[in-house]
Design a binder for this molecule. Structure first.
Ligand code: ATP
Ligand code: MG
Length: 329
């Protein structure tokens, strides 16, 4: 069985952007692939090193979001990055042959550095794509369902795997990104990316009242003042959400918006109904999993499986690099 590795930074609750960008594919593919989901606490600390408490609190939150979205812990291993020491080992090894200039040219790093105001980047932040290569390669994953912002990082991972194999011998597959149809969901404020760090998100755990409030106040086409004004769906946030969550009605909505025969209020109400169809079963599953000790048990079992996979990979790596000085004792 081929493997999937993907995951999230525990910096806050997951939102609809995560759902369309990666979660929806994770849930669908867990039956066909041996699936590992990483809760990337160390990667989160590369931007939030001053606030470890925030990351700690969100480990449970993000795990619960994944379970609520439909991941089955019997099939899928959800684990905590920092509890798998082989990932840290591989990060050091992959750093041996990955140059600084390759990392500096990464467009996602540049965007995020600006976002966080990092003028003098730390070694850990600049190098997080190398650490992410270790997140993916420790279990020799083949497929990575991710949003568009992750593509430059996947390229680093592919380089790391390819170069390792050239230098030391064939150990790693060259994994592929799986980008969903909606690879970047825009934010409620019209910002290019719905993001937990930008506060422009509809969270999977939001209740119906919050969802209604957020959708009703979302930015639409500013040229439409009256219901009968012709609209420009291409620049409308709500239309982008219909594309992601209500694909069947797209031609009809596009047509009536352009003609000015449908108002923004009823268009928004329609979207709220469609979102509820997705989010209300998530609320039910969330309630099932949100019990004392259960999340911890799921994470411990998932992390045990990850460590097992990490040990297998490290044995191959040591053999290839001739660092197997003695047998593991
Ligand atoms: P942070 O601001 O902490 O980086 P984030 O919202 O970017 O948070 P991540 O945990 O970094 O979330 O990303 C997890 C996964 O979700 C990645 O595969 C990422 O590409 C995807 N993703 C995040 N935001 C979106 C979005 N708005 N649209 C599509 N995919 C997204
Ligand atoms: Mg991110």
């Amino acid at each position: 069985m081929e493997r999937i590795l993907t995951g999230d930074r525990p910096t806050g609750p997951l939102h609809l952007g995560h759902y369309v960008g990666s979660l929806r594919n994770r849930v669908k593919l867990q039956n066909e692939y041996d699936t590992f989901i990483i809760v990337a606490d160390i990667q989160a600390l590369t931007t939030h090193w001053e606030n470890p408490e925030l990351i700690r609190n969100n480990v449970r939150e993000v795990t619960l979001d994944n379970l609520a979205a439909g991941l089955n812990p019997e099939k899928t291993s959800i684990f905590v990055q920092s509890m798998v020491p082989q990932i840290a080992e591989l990060t050091v090894l992959f750093g041996l042959y990955t140059t600084v200039s390759r990392l500096k040219h990464n467009p996602t790093i540049k965007t995020e550095a600006k976002l966080y105001g990092f003028t003098d980047m730390t070694y850990g932040f600049l190098g997080y794509p190398v650490s992410q290569a270790a997140d993916i390669l420790f279990c020799r994953a083949n497929l990575i369902p991710v949003g568009e912002d992750q593509l430059p990082h996947v390229e680093v991972t592919r380089f790391v795997a390819r170069r390792f194999n050239e230098l030391y011998g064939d150990v790693f597959p060259e994994p592929k990104a799986l980008v969903s149809e909606i690879s970047r969901l825009i934010g409620l404020d019209g910002n290019a990316k719905m993001s937990k760090s930008l506060g422009n998100a509809i969270y999977l755990k939001d209740d119906p009242k919050e969802i209604k409030k957020k959708v009703m106040s979302a930015v639409t086409d500013p040229a439409r003042i009256h219901k009968t004004d012709p609209g420009h769906p291409d620049i409308c946030t709500i239309f982008a959400y219909h594309k992601a969550f209500n694909k069947v009605e797209i031609p009809e909505i596009e047509d009536s918006c352009k003609k000015g025969t449908i108002g923004c209020v009823s268009c928004k109400k329609n979207l709220i109904k469609k979102l509820e169809e997705i989010l209300s079963p998530m609320r039910e599953r969330r309630a099932e999993f949100d019990k004392p000790g259960l999340i911890e048990d799921i994470l411990i079992a998932g992390t045990d499986k990850a460590v097992e996979a990490g040990k297998e990979t490290m044995a191959l790596v040591r053999e290839a690099m001739h660092t197997n000085y003695w047998k593991e004792r």
